[in-house]
Design a protein around this ligand. Structure first.
Ligand code: HEM
Length: 476
């Protein structure tokens, strides 16, 4: 044992030129000294002790945590070319096999990201816009809400269904009824997979893959669960191929099939396997995130009724009750827009973004970070920074308004991260949040059940989400 510990100490001690950081235990490093239930808070506190660029060792891997707007901008934007890649994720890599967008690198990532961005743009604008799809989904969602007839209910599942249906409409060209058996099964599978992904099991697997492969635990089911989702997508793909018309691109799958045909035999990353993986990525990255943000929105509105009233008054003035909101209304709803931004800032739902890896030595915060080190962009350190926001820990739409009540953009608002890997679905997410939120505010008032106070505590899993709660909605 002494030999192993000494060997580990010699092999893994912090290199002299490395950013400082807390003392790391032999073998496991800092993995157990960072409380998994509030990792982002601890990593933000450590910046106060060690500075905006510091290092940690997770298992055998050195990581550098980046804090503050200046440092993140320098790393992700100015020196973005050297930080564009993802590190290996042994657990996720078993499912993705290097394909898709979220975990891929190199030419596969470049091609798939470019294609996904242009396809999302295609469905964001003009006659193919997802705007009517989102508004239609709202009416289904609103019917479910009304079905609770002023009684307290948990909005989690309904919101997950609604947001997942937007991705279904985008990729499959159709939505599902919330009671549809296949859809319900898909939702349950996602829940289980995302639970494992956000758990300590995933972290242990990614730090000690060889060991964890042999040990029992929920991580053993991970690959099988995602295979079920892949089968679901493959069944949709089969149907698409049967009635495919290259001149009519109904959805993401149609566009991808066209791309496979257009690229032909030349070497490229477009085939059916990568189609399935790209679609799966859009589900994973695009459902839980938007749904969690909406669940924070309901809670904040119930907690701050005076803010909710101001939003409703603005919507009454600009849109009224007789027509549905549209994206064109956003410019005329500065207060509502500011509230949505503040929900995202305080909700801070992806608090540590996704890891990047250094592909050539870089200088950050006065330190040389060598090739191969994993980077954690700590978005929390920016979204809740006391140097950036007047009241960083208080819900205050004024952060996004000037003295005349006009909406103002803030550079430190980076819930979607920044640079070359910036969230690919940012525009879609913003459209969904705006249309859903204004529609909800137009039709309902949210409040807590009698005698219950809103709890703004979070649960850290795949996203930073509110604890499960029940809420009351009253029709307006
Ligand atoms: C990546 C946030 C919604 C698709 C990311 C990243 C963040 C993020 C922080 C990591 C960026 C980085 O690595 O530096 C959010 C938030 C959302 C949201 C806060 C909603 C409120 C969506 C939606 C979609 C989507 C609706 C798709 C339809 C993606 C994809 C990536 C990504 C594909 C990986 C990009 C890449 O690796 O190149 N998102 N996201 N996201 N997001 Fe989102």
């Amino acid at each position: 044992a002494v030999f192993i510990l000494t060997a580990d100490y010699i092999k893994n001690r912090r290199p002299a030129y490395f950013p400082p950081g807390p003392w790391a235990l032999p073998l496991v490093g800092n993995i157990f000294s960072v409380d998994q239930t509030k990792t982002h808070e601890i990593l933000t506190e450590l910046a106060g002790k060690y500075g905006n660029v510091y290092s940690l060792r997770m298992g055998q891997n050195w990581m550098v945590v980046l804090n503050s707007f200046e440092v993140l901008k320098d790393a992700l934007v100015t020196q973005g070319d050297s930080l564009v890649d993802r590190p290996e994720f042994p657990l996720q890599d078993e499912v993705t096999c290097g394909l898709g967008v979220v975990f891929s690198n190199g030419s596969i990532w470049k091609e798939q990201r470019r294609f996904a961005l242009s396809t999302l743009r295609y469905f964001g604008l003009g006659k193919r816009s997802l705007e009517p799809v989102i508004l239609d989904e709202f009416t289904h969602c609103a019917n479910e809400f009304r079905g609770n007839k002023d009684k307290p209910f948990n909005p989690h599942l309904i919101m997950n269904n609604a947001v997942s249906n937007i991705i279904c409409s985008l990729v499959f060209g159709h939505r599902f009824e919330y009671g549809n058996e296949n859809f319900m099964k898909l939702m349950r599978i996602f829940d289980e997979a995302l639970y494992i992904e956000g758990s300590i099991w995933a972290q242990l697997y990614n730090s000690f893959p060889q060991l964890m492969r042999c040990l029992p635990g929920p991580h053993q089911r991970y690959k099988h669960i995602w295979n079920d989702v892949k089968d679901f997508i493959k069944a949709e793909l089969k149907e698409h191929k049967q009635n495919w018309d290259p001149s009519d691109q109904r959805d993401y799958i149609d566009c991808f099939l066209n791309e496979i045909q257009n690229k032909g035999q030349a070497e490229n990353s477009f085939d059916e396997e990568s189609l399935v993986m790209s679609v799966l990525d859009l589900f994973v990255a695009g459902s839980e995130t938007t749904s969690t943000t909406m669940r924070w929105a309901f809670l904040y509105m119930a907690k701050y009724p005076e803010i909710q009233e101001k939003v409703q008054a603005e919507i009454n003035r600009v849109i009224g009750q007789s027509r549905q909101p549209s994206m064109e209304d956003r410019a005329n709803l500065p207060y509502t827009d500011a509230v949505i931004h503040e929900i995202q800032r305080m909700g801070n739902i992806v608090p540590l973004s996704l890891p990047h890896i250094v592909s050539r030595d870089v200088q950050l915060g006065g330190y040389t970070i060598p090739k191969g080190v994993t980077i954690i962009p700590n978005l929390t350190s920016v979204l809740l920074d006391k140097n950036e926001w007047e009241t960083p820990n208080t819900f205050n739409p004024g952060h996004f308004l000037n003295k005349e009540g006009k909406f103002v953009k803030r550079a430190a608002f980076i819930p979607f991260s920044a640079g070359k890997r910036v969230c690919l679905g940012e525009n879609l997410a913003r459209m969904e949040l705006f249309l859903f939120f204004t529609s909800f505010m137009q039709h309902f008032t949210f409040s807590m059940p009698a005698g219950v106070k809103p709890v703004l505590d979070y649960r850290l899993g795949i996203t930073l989400a509110p604890h499960q709660y029940e809420i009351c909605v009253t029709s307006r």
